[in-house]
Design a protein around this ligand. Structure first.
Ligand SMILES: *Cc1c(COP(=O)(O)O)cnc(C)c1O
Length: 378
């Protein structure tokens, strides 16, 4: 049997242990400390001088972003339908209701035209505007932020970017996560860099970042005794995990270059092959990190992603279905949905290919050959 090829696997730099040892040496084995401070500083520098707060998960970052935007019970939040459930679930944590919006075909992300129709219609139906907009850069592909931010501005609704998959992606020269009022990152094991589990919130000001840290540490007031005025959360990143993050920052650029190189190999591999299209940047002004390389099978082939997934699995290759849109989830069957079947169509004929920066060129060739053989056998 061939060695297993994983979809997206952690890729250590080697320098992580130094920072973990540092935490142990100084007994900073707590959810705060010098590693957390340094990791936040490095992220902030990387993200164009923004104020970044390291947190226990990307989901926690999205949740605190919504809290900071004052999303409350009874509010509605417009959310991209085509995403992982963690983009939408925090809306529920707040007792608010998600309203889902379809994607447009260029980016696979929120359709700005449908977004505006949604906002106008929710105002008509409920008498008030949605409280926030959650937009996602799916698979690292930047959403159409200029258009989306313009809609948000027109109706005075803040945008929260779910950039969990898009660390290092750029849109018109600027990094994803820095466009919205808040931006969420994830350092889960399968993302571009990992802290073995963790996330971060990109904040609009030092004051906002301070408030986020306060909320993330149980909203404990600065008094000698325990004293609380608001609901807090236990969402800070461990100083040990932050050490992994610091070690990963050493290789962030190299990992991004490798993901993009893997995408280029897929593009080249399927160039003259009928039936398979590799997803590409939709404009020269954007640069996806290609967290995952994705393909679409031609409609007329009537290929089920599950058949493709199993064909790859038979060769010990891990692939994955495209995210199942939230409007197709039993969990959100009662949530309002606006748009058509753009995301649904992609879901029904797409596949995520192994894309981790650990992959060798030979691994990628093996994936390409396996997909080709599968399509030819149809
Ligand atoms: C991974 C991911 C998250 C959640 O991040 P965690 O760190 O796993 O909590 C949120 N949104 C999207 C789109 C993701 O891919």
């Amino acid at each position: 049997m061939n060695d297993r090829i994983f979809l997206s696997f952690p890729h250590p730099s080697g320098s992580e242990m130094k920072w973990i040892n540092e935490a142990f040496k100084n007994n900073w084995i707590v959810p705060l400390g010098p590693n957390v401070d340094l990791f936040e500083e490095l992220l902030g520098k990387y993200l164009e001088g923004t104020n970044v707060v390291a947190l226990s998960a990307g989901t926690a970052a999205i949740h605190l972003g919504l809290v900071m935007l004052d999303v409350q019970a009874g509010d509605e939040v417009v959310c991209q339908s085509f995403t992982f459930s963690a983009s939408a679930n925090p809306v529920k944590y707040q007792g608010a209701s998600p309203v889902f919006v379809d994607s447009e075909p260029d980016s696979w992300n929120m359709d700005p035209v449908v977004l505006e129709e949604t906002i106008v219609d929710r105002k008509r139906i409920t008498g008030k505007y949605p409280k926030a907009i959650v937009v996602v850069h799916l698979y690292g592909m930047p959403a159409k932020m200029n258009e989306i931010l313009a809609v948000g501005k027109k109706y005075n609704i803040p945008v929260l970017e779910d950039a969990a998959e898009a660390l290092g992606s750029t849109y018109f020269g600027h990094k994803c996560g820095t466009f919205g009022e808040y931006g969420a990152l994830s350092f889960n094991g399968n993302k571009v860099i990992t802290t073995s589990g963790g996330g971060a919130l990109i904040c609009p000001s030092p004051e906002a970042a301070k408030r986020v840290k306060f909320l993330a540490t149980q909203a404990r007031e600065a008094k000698p005794y325990y004293y609380h005025t608001v609901v807090g959360y236990n969402y800070r990143l461990s100083n040990v995990s932050a050490g992994i993050g610091i070690g990963q920052m050493d290789v962030l650029d190299a990992h991004l270059a490798r993901r993009r190189a893997i995408h280029a190999l897929y593009t080249e591999g399927f160039k003259n092959f009928d039936g398979v299209t590799v997803k590409q940047d939709y404009s020269s002004e954007i640069d996806s990190n290609f967290w995952l390389s994705t393909i679409l099978f031609d409609k007329d082939l009537h290929i089920s992603p599950e058949d493709a997934r199993q064909a790859l699995e038979a060769q010990n290759i891990e692939s994955r279905w495209i995210w199942r849109p939230m409007n197709m989830m039993p969990l959100y069957k009662d949530a309002p949905y606006y748009g058509g079947t753009v995301a649904e169509d992609i879901f029904n004929r797409g596949l995520c290919l192994p894309s981790g920066s650990v992959l060798t060129d030979n691994d990628v060739q093996r994936v390409i050959e396996t997909v080709k053989n599968f399509v030819k056998s149809r």
